[in-house]
Design a protein around this ligand. Structure first.
Ligand SMILES: Nc1nc2c(ncn2[C@@H]2O[C@H](COP(=O)(O)OP(=O)(O)OP(=O)(O)O)[C@@H](O)[C@H]2O)c(=O)[nH]1
Ligand SMILES: [Mg+2]
Length: 262
C-alpha cells in the first residue's frame, strides 16, 4: 500500500503529490458526515471501512486503491465535515489533506436528499482547488422522496462535473469514475464558481493575495489562504509552517503581510 501523508514534507512546493505519477492518481473523498463516503470507498476499493447510520464514523483518513482504464487510483476516505475551517480534528485532517497533500482530484460526496446544506462544503472546497467532482449520492432515497436532482444544471452552476450515484448499489459509478479520471488527468478543465464577498473584503483579499502569492507553493491557492488570514484563522499559519517543512522565513513573511494588511 502506498503511504500518502498530508504532511509529506515539501509535497506541495509546486511538485505533484509524491505518491502520484502519470499512471497513479491520488483522489480525496470529502463531504458532510453520513453522506456515504465510506460506502463509496468500500465499493470502489473492496476494503471494509466502517460505515453506519450515525455521523463521525470515519475519524482519520484511510487509503485504498482501484484500477480504472489501466491507471491506478489511490482513494483517500476523509472524515466527514460540515466545513474546512479546522475547528475540529476531523476538519483539520480533511482540510490539510485537500490543501497540502495535493490530491489530483477531490470528490465531494453529497446527499441528494439535503443537497442545499451540502453545497456549503462544496463551495469551500472550490475555493481551495479547481480539481473537483461533485458526487450526488443517495439517489435511491431521493427518488423515494420524489426529489429530482438535475446534475447537468448543477454542473453548469458549479463549474465542475456533478454525477448522480447510489453508492449502495453501484448506480452511476461508471460516470463517476470517468469524471474522476478526466478531472484528475486534466482531460477536463473546470471553472469553479467562486463566492464573491463584499467589496471591502474583496479589496483586502486582493492586496493580501498579491503579497503572499509569490511566497506560497504553486498549488496552494493564495485567495483561499488570504481569506483564512482575514478570517483570523491562525491555524493556517502553523499549517503553512508545518507543511512547508518548517520554513520559518515563509511563515514570517506571510505573517508580516497579514499584519500589514489588517
Ligand atoms: N439509501 C442509501 N443509503 C446509503 C447510500 N450510501 C450510503 N448509505 C448509508 O448511509 C449511511 C452512512 O454511510 P457512510 O458510508 O458510513 O457515510 P460517511 O460519509 O462515510 O460517514 P462519516 O464517516 O461519518 O463522514 C450508512 O448507513 C450507509 O449504508 C446510498 O446510496 N443509498
Ligand atoms: Mg466514513
Amino acid at each position: 500500500m502506498v503511504d500518502i501523508q498530508a504532511d509529506a514534507s515539501g509535497a506541495c512546493r509546486g511538485r505533484p503529490n509524491p505518491a502520484a505519477s502519470p499512471d497513479r492518481m491520488v483522489i480525496a473523498l470529502a463531504g458532510n458526515p453520513n453522506t456515504g463516503k465510506s460506502t463509496l470507498f468500500n465499493a470502489l476499493t473492496g476494503l471494509k471501512q466502517h460505515t453506519g447510520n450515525w455521523p463521525g464514523k470515519t475519524v482519520m483518513k484511510v487509503e485504498g486503491r482501484y484500477i480504472f482504464r489501466k491507471k491506478e487510483f489511490i482513494l483517500v476516505d476523509l472524515p466527514g465535515t460540515y466545513s474546512l475551517l479546522a475547528n475540529s480534528v476531523e476538519e483539520q485532517v480533511a482540510r490539510d489533506f485537500i490543501c497540502f497533500a495535493c490530491p489530483d482530484a477531490t470528490v465531494v460526496v453529497t446527499d441528494a436528499t439535503c443537497l442545499e446544506r451540502n453545497l456549503n462544503l462544496v463551495l469551500q472546497v472550490l475555493e481551495i482547488t479547481s480539481r473537483v467532482v461533485v458526487c450526488v449520492n443517495m439517489m435511491d432515497e431521493a427518488e423515494r422522496k420524489k426529489i429530482r436532482v438535475d446534475t447537468e444544471i448543477l454542473s453548469k452552476e458549479l463549474g465542475v462535473p456533478a454525477v448522480a450515484i447510489t453508492a449502495r448499489n453501484g448506480r452511476g459509478f461508471r460516470e463517476l469514475l470517468d469524471a474522476i479520471h478526466d478531472v484528475a488527468g486534466g482531460v477536463i478543465t473546470t471553472s469553479p464558481r467562486l463566492v464573491l464577498y463584499n467589496p471591502e473584503i474583496e479589496r483586502m483579499v486582493t492586496g493580501l493575495e498579491q503579497k503572499i502569492g509569490p511566497l506560497l507553493p504553486e498549488r496552494l491557492n493564495p485567495r483561499w489562504v488570504a481569506l483564512r488570514l482575514i478570517d483570523g484563522d491562525h491555524s493556517i499559519l502553523n499549517a503553512i509552517k508545518c507543511y512547508l517543512g518548517g520554513n520559518a522565513e515563509v511563515k514570517g513573511k506571510v505573517h508580516a503581510s497579514n499584519t500589514r494588511c489588517s
